[in-house]
Design a protein around this ligand. Structure first.
Ligand SMILES: Cc1cc2nc3c(=O)[nH]c(=O)nc-3n(C[C@H](O)[C@H](O)[C@H](O)COP(=O)(O)OP(=O)(O)OC[C@H]3O[C@@H](n4cnc5c(N)ncnc54)[C@H](O)[C@@H]3O)c2cc1C
Length: 395
């Protein structure tokens, strides 16, 4: 790694750490209790340049390599200590890429800059009540109608169906929705359509969850929702490939987050083990406890090294114009599983080391313990990651 990149990484990670320590961590418990965090956090993250990281300059972003941005995600997770904040504050990172890559110039300019300024919120809606893993089986329809239809709105799609478990689903101003267009069956019939959040016929239901309590997860109901045809992203029938390509960025981000949360658990457990005394000694002086801490650090170190390797390879592949190379996609799938297992192990061990205190609301480890499962399910569940990795490796 060259000296310039090293300096940029350190500076960015430091900015993120200060933001997370001062403006997220002290408020997380109150936000979890309230079931949401203030919208002002979006504009604050935008001011620091965090919402625009890795977006084109002409749309108000700052291009960033994986090697630059992933340490920032790790730091956000480690020092912010809340998956709920990260999931909603950065839901545009799964909602916007299809717009940036496949939207018309006019749509990109209309939609992307206000989101990167923190004024609007973007979300991605793929999962349906009938299932999330089998994307090719989704049932929400978008029927194209030309002109007429009661007005001057020209060509449009009429959307009917239901999405569920959608992050930022209650507040999103723009929702990138996977729909079935035309007569196409299976993967070939899927398209991506951007739906303005205030379109009549779209309604939302807040969902109660095990963790990510301050994140607004929702079910979305589409009842004859009329969407102008210019909001179709790319071609009709090209949506499945977009969804699959989009998952790579989401999965690397989840892996980086999982690493940060594992570190947050170790930080808390280590501090507790140094302070808490049993049988006349600090916990850390008991070999069984010390070994737990080492087992945590061992998994954290391997996850950190793997994320570094996948970032470096991703940057090199992109520089060579080789996006979504199968061997790299396989690495991402396995990395997501490894990182989330590291998080699971560390959360479990940390709660154990904290003893009864680890079961109490208000400790970091208790919150992260409740946030483990969504990391192992969301963005592609563990079993699906294994299947995809095997296929990408030609097995
Ligand atoms: C808090 C939260 C936020 C989310 N945010 C979003 C969002 O913003 N946008 C969005 O579109 N979705 C979102 N999701 C949905 C998430 O991506 C899905 O939950 C996930 O893809 C799994 O889909 P499913 O829940 O329908 O499980 P299913 O697909 O029904 O699978 C159930 C279980 O069976 C396993 N399984 C399925 N098929 C196989 C197989 N062939 N072999 C072995 N095992 C299998 C799965 O791995 C899983 O463990 C979110 C979910 C949660 C919990």
């Amino acid at each position: 790694m060259n000296a310039e990149l090293q300096a940029d990484r350190a500076a960015l990670a430091d900015t993120v750490r200060r933001f997370a320590e001062n403006e997220i961590a002290p408020n997380v418990q109150a936000w979890d209790d309230a079931g949401e965090f203030p919208r002002a956090l979006y504009t604050r993250a935008a001011e620091l340049g965090l919402l625009g990281l890795s977006y084109p300059e002409e749309l108000g972003g700052t291009p960033a390599s994986y090697s630059l941005k992933l340490p920032a995600w790790v730091a956000l997770a480690r020092h912010g200590k809340s998956g709920g904040v990260l999931a909603s504050l950065f839901s545009h990172n799964i909602g916007l890429p299809p717009v940036v890559l496949h939207g018309s110039d006019a749509v990109r300019r209309e939609v992307v800059p206000p989101v990167l300024r923190g004024e609007k919120i973007a979300a991605l809606a793929i999962t349906e009540p009938g299932g999330g893993s089998d994307v090719a089986a989704l049932r929400t329809t978008a029927r194209r109608e030309s002109g007429g239809g009661g007005g001057s709105d020209g060509d449009h799609y009429v959307v009917n169906g239901e999405k569920t478990f959608i992050t930022s689903g209650m507040r999103a101003d723009w929702i990138t929705v996977a729909v079935r267009t035309g007569e196409g069956r299976g993967a070939g019939g899927i398209s991506m359509l951007l739906v303005p959040g205030d379109t009549p016929g779209l309604s939302r239901t807040r969902l109660a969850k095990m963790g990510w309590l301050c994140s607004d997860t929702a079910a979305l109901h589409f009842d004859n929702v009329r969407v102008p045809a210019r909001y179709l992203l790319g071609d009709e029938g090209a949506g499945f490939r977009m969804v699959m390509g989009n998952f790579n960025g989401e999965r690397i981000g989840l892996a980086a987050g999982a690493l940060g949360f594992a570190q947050a658990c170790l930080d808390e457990a280590l501090a507790w083990a140094r302070e808490r005394k049993t049988f006349g000694h600090a916990l850390i002086e008991h070999q069984a406890v010390r070994h737990k801490l080492v087992d945590m650090q061992m998994r954290i170190a391997s996850t950190e090294a793997w994320i570094e390797a996948v970032s470096t390879e991703g940057d090199a592949l992109e520089a060579a114009g080789r996006f979504n190379a199968p061997e790299w996609v396989a690495q991402i799938c396995m990395l997501k599983n490894h990182a989330t297992q590291t998080m699971q192990f560390c959360a479990d061990q940390a709660v154990q080391i904290l003893g009864g205190m680890g079961f109490m609301r208000g400790t970091v480890s208790e919150r992260i313990y409740r946030e483990v499962k969504v990391m192992m399910i969301g963005g592609g569940a563990e079993e699906i990651m294994k299947e995809l990795a095997a296929r990408q490796m030609g097995w």
